[in-house]
Write a protein that binds this ligand. Structure first.
Ligand SMILES: Nc1ncnc2c1ncn2[C@@H]1O[C@H](COP(=O)(O)OP(=O)(O)OP(=O)(O)O)[C@@H](O)[C@H]1O
Ligand SMILES: [Mg+2]
Length: 238
């Protein structure tokens, strides 16, 4: 088992005296699909930012993809993120006015690959999320669910070890949300390590592992072997 995320005793205090995370220990192994749940303000986004190295903890240690975050400069952290981490947000954050394919290619901007190769890989990633036929559409010509799938394609186009999603279904109707979650399950079955924040208990209940936060502390961390509970499920053999 390869550990992709290792948090030990992580505390995050914001200026103004808010303790957003308290002494959090969290290990995530390669290939895990983990739901992060908990009430509003419990520290979920803060946790995701720290796991994604967008922010540093006040104390405690963070190891991502084998790197000790404290030992890296901000520049080195950006490079680590570009190579190893993909992000998906509730509000998509697509670049307006450029095609779906070019949006996905943005995910490879810092890869050093030539533009033609970035666009080729972007086309492949769009195919993976079922949107090959929308490659030339600009964001305003896509539905919400399609925008989120473009955002996921952008997040995974560089084959990151770790995919982090903050309420990826929050802005979607239930059918689009369902297809986005299916996509995350498929990416997980293909070996990606995924942490996804969700308020939706139905979504959370179907994830193989759930980490629950309350007041910045982990109060529950349960794993269920979904594959064993659902015999005949297509994912069982993957
Ligand atoms: N930049 C900041 N400066 C100061 N306090 C912050 C900052 N960001 C978050 N907080 C506080 O930290 C706590 C945790 O916030 P966080 O955004 O992690 O919660 P969350 O679980 O993601 O909530 P939600 O479900 O509403 O998105 C909250 O009390 C919040 O007010
Ligand atoms: Mg949040």
């Amino acid at each position: 088992m390869t550990r992709v995320v290792g948090l030990t005793g992580v505390t995050k205090e914001y200026a103004g005296g808010v303790t957003a995370l308290r002494d959090v220990d969290l290990d995530i192994e390669q290939g895990e699909l983990v739901g992060i749940v908990g009430p509003s303000g419990s520290g979920k986004s803060t946790l995701l930012h720290i796991v994604g190295t967008l922010d540093r903890p006040t104390s405690g240690s963070v190891e991502i993809a084998g790197f000790d975050v404290a030992a890296l400069s901000d520049r080195e952290l950006s490079a680590l993120r570009a190579r190893h981490v993909g992000f998906v947000f509730q509000a998509f954050h697509l670049v307006p006015g450029i095609s779906a394919q070019d949006n996905v290619a943005e995910g490879l901007l810092y890869s050093g690959l030539p533009r033609a190769e970035r666009r080729r890989r972007a086309a492949e990633a769009l195919e993976r999320v079922g949107l090959a036929d929308r490659a030339r559409h600009r964001p305003h010509e896509l539905s919400g669910g399609q925008k989120q799938r473009v955002a996921i394609a952008r997040a995974v186009v560089g084959d990151p070890e770790l995919l982090l999603a903050d309420e990826p279904t929050g802005a979607l109707d239930s059918a689009s949300g369902e297809s986005v979650m299916e996509l995350l399950h498929d990416l997980g079955a293909a070996g990606a390590t995924i942490a996804v924040i969700t308020h939706d208990t139905e979504v959370a209940d179907r994830l193989p592992r759930r980490v629950r936060l309350r007041d910045g502390a982990v109060v529950e961390d349960v794993r269920e072997d979904v594959r064993e509970r659902v015999p005949g499920d297509a994912r069982a053999g993957a």
